[in-house]
Design a protein around this ligand. Structure first.
Ligand SMILES: Cc1cc2nc3c(=O)[nH]c(=O)nc-3n(C[C@H](O)[C@H](O)[C@H](O)COP(=O)(O)O)c2cc1C
Length: 352
């Protein structure tokens, strides 16, 4: 048994949050290593950036930017840190993260626990900046001006973020998802884009949405995103819905569900977004990816890039190399690049 497999087994015995803290602490102590070389056929250009491969680490794993280089060293083509809010906040009371093992799923209601902008900024400024790191920004729970919190994020991180994600889709900060409503979204994104233009370095701005939006809301969101010419969208965050067939009794816990049972809903919303965006900007597909098949299905539903988080808790870090090797092998067999497959199955996947 490899060291990875042993560690993964041992971590499963701990509660989800303790296991996660132990993983981050171990990753921080790893000596720096170069990312493994990956098949050049997997390289992707998007938002003016060159990604060595299309697989990213989704937000929430490394909220405080403690170990982005260790995660890049596992082979991820990019890492998204955050969500970061201007001020440190403790989040919701524990327990607040649950592994639904029989369902290969996670429920979390962390509520943006993070150390605030300062410590993450210091860490990102100190790194060598090899490998792409996006910064996911949000608003403090008790902020009086939430839009100002996002603007502060863009101002703070514009020298160190390769891209920004505007997170209006976490279910665990009351009222946050109301920022997806057309008028509020237009105001938020206009002010974020203004701040981006005023910054010394102009970074791509992406919007991350919930899978629980209705199609009418999606029409509005994409309408605003296209009108304001944002650089891309991430579909999707966790769901507050509970798909039928969940086996774990923990399925009744409140919070956002991620992992395998999110795959169908998130992939459908991705395809529906792809059809509405009509090629104006690229999409990142996230939700339930656990191997090469599900990654390729996201690409075929309309994703230029993909991200994952929950599957790491079940499969361990070896998943990254396994997924990328599998994807490269599939594409080599068919003599194709990921770009050639984007959106091929969008019409079919978009059906309700
Ligand atoms: C424990 C946990 C914490 C998360 N925290 C954040 C977060 O802070 N910001 C965010 O945008 N998404 C967060 N997410 C959502 C993930 O980035 C991702 O969108 C979602 O989990 C679906 O992907 P998956 O099925 O591969 O996990 C979190 C997910 C989990 C499981």
């Amino acid at each position: 048994m490899t060291l990875y497999a042993l560690a993964t087994r041992a971590l499963r015995l701990l509660d989800a949050e303790t296991a996660h803290r132990a993983t981050i602490a171990a990753l921080k102590r790893l000596p720096p290593r170069e990312p493994p070389r990956c098949d050049p056929r997997l390289a992707v250009s998007a938002f003016g950036l060159e990604f060595p491969n299309p697989l990213g680490l989704a937000a929430g794993f490394d909220k405080d930017a403690e170990a982005p280089d260790a995660m890049l060293g596992l082979g991820f083509g990019f890492v998204e840190v955050g969500t970061l809010t201007p001020l440190a906040q403790p989040g919701n009371p524990r327990p607040r993260a649950f592994r639904l093992t029989p369902d290969c799923a996670v429920i979390n209601r962390y509520g943006f626990n993070n150390q605030g902008h300062g410590p993450a900024l210091a860490r990102l400024a100190a790194r060598r900046r090899k490998g792409l790191v996006g910064v996911n920004i949000g608003a403090n729970k008790d902020s009086r001006d939430r839009v100002a919190d996002y603007v502060a994020g863009v101002k703070a991180f514009s020298e160190v973020a390769d891209y920004f994600t505007i997170n209006v889709s976490s279910p665990n900060t009351p009222g946050l998802r109301d920022l997806q409503e057309a008028g509020a979204l237009r105001d938020l994104l206009s002010r974020v884009l203004e701040a981006r233009e005023a910054a010394t370095t102009r970074r791509p701005v992406l919007l991350k949405i919930a899978p629980d939006v209705t199609l009418a809301q999606l029409d509005d969101i994409v309408g605003v995103a296209r009108a304001l010419r944002i650089d891309g969208m991430i579909v999707s965050n966790t769901t507050i819905s509970r798909p039928s067939g969940l086996r774990s009794p923990l399925a009744r816990e409140a919070g956002g569900l991620s992992g395998a049972p999110l795959f169908d809903l998130a992939t459908r919303r991705l395809a529906q977004t792809f059809l509405r965006v009509d090629g104006q900007f690229p999409l990142i597909g996230v939700g339930g990816i656990d191997g090469p098949e599900t990654a390729l299905a996201k690409i075929e539903a309309g994703a230029t890039l993909v991200q994952l988080y929950s599957a790491l808790a079940f499969e361990g870090p070896g998943l990254v190399a396994r997924l990328l090797n599998g994807l490269a092998a599939r594409l080599a067999q068919e003599g194709e690049t990921p770009a050639a497959r984007i959106g091929r199955a969008a019409a079919e996947r978009a059906r309700e």
